[in-house]
Design a binder for this molecule. Structure first.
Ligand SMILES: Cc1cc2nc3c(=O)[nH]c(=O)nc-3n(C[C@H](O)[C@H](O)[C@H](O)COP(=O)(O)O)c2cc1C
Length: 180
């Protein structure tokens, strides 16, 4: 796909078929994450690939608004080791590092025809307990990966309202030139 088509065709996908996701595709998106930039090239990210039903169910239960995750085939859990990053201007760079890597995953998945959805609403303690993640490691985000199915039922419509529409602000609203 042309790069702009990858960007334009990416959507948050919340309905997945039970079709298996090939191992080499999971490896490919993880490889794309591995190549992301990071603070001082410390590569603080760590990923947990969850395919077993027990883990998927536990992750779905770790969220209030994302119970739909129980039906997805794979969840990638993006974690960080904060000791391999830094803090500047009151900003935790491990969050930035992992966010960049996660977007590489999401765009790579889109390019392969796979759906994904950034998941930020979860109880970190529950996720860590379910996946036996060590205390110092932080969980930054999750994403399901899989083949999408059309899902325009009432639940999906409600979700879109809660998660806001997919409309974007214009460049005029978000860009200033030279000074604020
Ligand atoms: C930091 C972050 C957290 C998000 N958390 C969730 C979430 O918990 N559940 C969900 O369904 N979507 C979540 N989303 C997806 C957004 O709702 C979605 O990106 C936005 O509505 C725009 O829609 P689009 O991704 O289809 O373009 C999150 C997105 C971001 C960037």
């Amino acid at each position: 796909m042309e790069f702009i088509d990858v960007i334009k065709s990416r959507r948050s996908i919340r309905g997945y078929s039970d079709r298996n996701v090939e191992d080499d595709k999971i490896e490919y998106v993880l490889e794309c994450a591995r190549l992301a930039p990071s603070w001082m090239n410390k590569q603080c990210w760590r990923f947990v690939v969850v395919r077993e039903r027990e883990g998927i169910e536990a992750l779905a239960k770790a969220s209030i608004i994302n119970r739909w995750l129980r039906k997805v085939p794979v969840i990638l859990v993006a974690c960080a080791d904060p000791l391999s990053s830094s803090k500047k201007n009151d900003m935790e760079y491990f969050e930035v590092d992992v966010a960049i890597a996660m977007e590489h995953i999401i765009l790579a998945a889109t390019d392969l025809g796979l759906g994904s959805c950034w998941i930020g609403e979860f109880d970190e303690k529950k996720v860590k307990k379910a996946l036996e993640i060590p205390p110092r490691i932080r969980v930054v985000a999750l994403t399901p990966i899989g083949y999408s199915v059309q899902n325009e039922g009432i639940l999906e419509k409600g979700r879109k309202i809660i998660a806001r529409s997919t409309k974007r602000k214009s460049l005029r609203e978000i860009v200033r030139y030279e000074k604020w």
